[in-house]
Design a protein around this ligand. Structure first.
Ligand SMILES: Cc1ncc(COP(=O)(O)O)c(C=O)c1O
Length: 388
């Protein structure tokens, strides 16, 4: 650090220069992110609540009120009549809190968790931290967890089963209704990771698409992760954890000897109120209609992209359920690398040997059409065939 501080103007101009290195969602070339441009109202609200710390909520009663309202609205969206929860740092922390509650509730000496093969890698971190043994359940031909495989994995040490409503790689939705029955039959917790799908699935019916039950309407669902900083168009960091009822909180509370609240329930201590305010602002600004329109936009572009890929001969890994398209070519890894070099930021998924595109709200039809045009040219110039 230099001895004397520099002027605001110099610092800002330096920051602007450095920011140029970052990719911009507005370019329409970020095709691999589950985050997007925050809604304008979210940016404004975030700025307004920049100093708020929900780790010490007695000092910030306004922010606390906003969090309660956000959680109430999320609970309504997910049919959780008695649900309670928090806005946390992201899906990883939300999944951590869910498994902490499940583990402590079950209180067995060698706890195990059943994870579908497609579960997000955050669960690997969580299981490591909480010393939970991972037991992997296999998938069916449409990349959804096979309930029979889940049942076979259950034993006296099982404390929880995970279902995903919108997998990170394919956007697949596990058969949560079946998992709920299994969880009830065996007296174990079912945690639904809807970090991505939680802001999409509830709006599908309103746009004339099939609805899938994945939320607290299903009796066995104990907790749900739902992230405002993904399809909720809030600012980062904003993950969401909802529990079925307040009884679950008993298992995750920590006494806070010198703060304005008696207990904390989140993993992080100092916790931003800014993205809570941002999430509140998005809910108020969009309403159900606004979210429906956003979901409609993303799903329509997804259908356009997937049908055009197929007509060019590329093979879809599965028919998109949500706004994620995964496809293969004769050499998907090399094609993904070449696309990056040409400024198209897709992801390559080694497990499935495919290219994955997340069709987020920042994408427009013109971006998809430009991508398709370049894709064909790039594939051709590197002798990569659309078909395997
Ligand atoms: C299904 C799912 N769960 C959990 C996470 C982890 O969320 P975060 O990166 O916000 O911690 C992600 C991230 O993409 C995800 O897609």
């Amino acid at each position: 650090m230099q001895t004397k501080g520099r002027s605001k103007k110099t610092v800002l101009s330096e920051l602007r220069k450095i920011r140029e290195q970052d990719l911009k969602y507005e370019s329409g070339r970020i095709l691999c992110s589950m985050c997007t441009i925050p809604h304008p109202s979210a940016k404004m609200a975030h700025q307004l609540f920049l100093c708020s710390n929900l780790g010490d909520p007695g000092l910030f009663p306004g922010s606390l009120q906003l969090e309660k309202e956000v959680i109430r609205k999320l609970a309504d969206l997910l049919n959780g009549k008695k649900s309670v929860g928090f806005i946390v740092s992201g899906g990883t922390e939300a999944n951590l809190l869910a498994l902490l509650a499940a583990r402590n509730m079950a209180n067995v000496s060698n706890p195990e968790v059943i994870l579908p093969e497609s579960a997000h890698f955050s669960f690997n971190k969580v299981c490591d931290l909480l010393r939970l043994k991972e037991v992997q359940a296999s998938l069916d031909s449409s990349y959804r967890v096979d309930p029979l495989s889940v049942e076979r994995c259950i034993n006296k040490n099982t404390v929880a089963v995970i279902g995903t409503a919108g997998t990170a790689e394919l956007g697949a939705i596990d058969p949560i209704n079946k998992l709920s029955e299994i969880a009830l039959d065996h007296g174990i917790s079912l945690h639904v990771d809807a970090a991505f799908g939680g802001f999409i699935i509830p709006f599908l019916k309103g746009i004339g698409r099939d609805e899938t039950s994945f939320d607290f309407q299903l009796e066995g669902v104990k907790s749900i992760t739902v992230d405002p900083h993904k399809m909720g168009m809030s600012t980062i960091p904003a993950g969401g954890i909802l529990f079925r009822d307040s009884a679950c909180l008993e298992y995750i509370k920590t006494e806070t000897p010198y703060l304005t609240e008696e207990f904390q329930y989140t993993f992080v201590g100092t916790r931003t109120g800014a993205s809570v305010a941002a999430t509140w602002a998005v809910f108020e600004s969009l309403g159900v209609e606004g979210f429906q329109n956003t979901v409609k936009h993303c799903i329509e572009l997804t259908m356009l992209l997937s049908s055009r890929l197929e007509s060019r001969g590329f093979q879809l890994v599965s028919r998109p359920t949500l706004n994620i398209v995964a496809f293969r070519s004769s050499n998907s890894k090399v094609l993904a690398e070449r696309l990056w070099r040409h400024g198209w930021f897709v992801s390559y998924v080694p497990r499935l040997d495919c290219i994955r595109i997340v069709v987020m709200p920042h994408l427009r039809r013109r971006h998809i059409m430009a991508f398709l045009k370049d894709l064909s040219k790039i594939a051709e110039s590197h002798n990569i065939l659309a078909s395997l």
